[in-house]
Design a protein around this ligand. Structure first.
Ligand SMILES: CSC[C@H]1O[C@H](OP(=O)(O)O)[C@H](O)[C@@H]1O
Ligand code: ADE
Length: 280
């Protein structure tokens, strides 16, 4: 699990171990905590680091996913604070996001590049099985849950202007945040089924006379902290004892374009965790 704003630890984890893992993609947000809940092994990483040190544009998304992959993670659930662009997605409710629009810029958005070109499909960026499990867990924990929603990833760190917020509504966007991209696209390249469970903390600035302020976000986040914790607990209980395979486990099978003789050996060795399975 990757925890977002307000979710800096998984208090329910038992038999925990904190591990500092190095990544060829640079420094991750911090050590990974590994432990169990109801017999299920979880690895947890707070996206903004302990004490919320790292801004959304400064998160090393590649290193975070790389180190989780190195821990043996098979499925990735991200928790995020989100603003709502729809009246019926009220603050306090949860949204199991199923689509993204990426308006971020200047972030490293791929593990691949010159010397090893790859194109994975991102038509359906979220794993339906994992997303539905996350939604079931939030519902069992007592949350009001919306299944499906389009998340616009903005660059931040400032919140949107009123004109942007209203334009995003016209685009059919449901919720907004600053971190879902490039996280979701990198998870797909890493062949990790990904789900994003958003906690609505505010109505973004599209309503007359209202605008989002961080104190309001923090207030709703704190009010929701216990619910988020119960959700993780329920999730551990809902996960099937045997993990079913997913087509996302093989997302890279037909993705590599670069001819074997032209491949960059240094890049291939950096990709040992992400694409080692392919024996490039
Ligand atoms: C604290 S409001 C803005 C901040 O919260 C969200 O973070 P995360 O997605 O990690 O929960 C949003 O994306 C911004 O980074
Ligand atoms: N309104 C908003 N815009 C961007 N990110 C957010 N995170 C929580 N609320 C947000």
């Amino acid at each position: 699990m990757i925890g977002g704003s307000g979710v800096y630890d998984l208090a329910l984890l038992e038999d925990t171990q904190r591990i500092e893992i190095a990544s060829p993609f640079g420094a991750p947000s911090g050590p990974v905590t590994i432990g169990t809940i109801a017999g299920v092994r979880f690895a947890f990483l707070p996206r903004h680091g302990e004490g919320h040190r790292i801004p959304p544009e400064g998160v090393n998304y590649r290193a975070n996913i790389d180190v989780l992959k190195r821990c043996g993670v098979t499925d990735l659930i991200a928790i995020s604070a989100i603003g709502s662009l729809r009246e019926e997605f009220a603050p306090g409710s949860f949204v199991a996001v199923d689509q993204f629009i990426d308006r971020t810029s200047g972030r490293d958005g791929s593990f691949f590049g010159e010397g090893l070109v790859a194109h994975v499909s991102l038509a359906d960026p979220v794993c339906p099985r994992l997303s539905s499990l996350a939604a079931d867990a939030a519902q069992a924990a007592g949350a009001k849950v919306h299944r499906g929603g389009c998340y616009l990833a903005m660059q931040g760190p400032q919140f949107s202007t009123r004109a942007e917020s209203r334009m995003y509504r016209q685009w059919g966007v449901d919720v907004i945040g600053m971190t879902g991209m490039p996280e979701a696209r990198l998870a797909r390249e890493a062949e990790l089924p990904y789900a994003l469970l958003g906690m609505v903390t505010d109505y973004d600035s599209w309503r007359d006379g209202e605008h989002v302020e961080v104190d309001q976000v923090v207030q709703v986040m704190h009010a929701n902290a216990a619910l988020a914790r119960r959700t993780v607990n329920e999730l551990a209980r809902l996960l099937p004892p045997e993990r079913a395979g997913s087509p996302i486990d093989h997302a890279l099978d037909n993705a590599i374009m670069t001819a074997p003789a032209k491949r960059d050996r240094a890049l291939i060795s950096r990709l040992d965790a992400i694409a080692g399975r392919l024996a490039l």
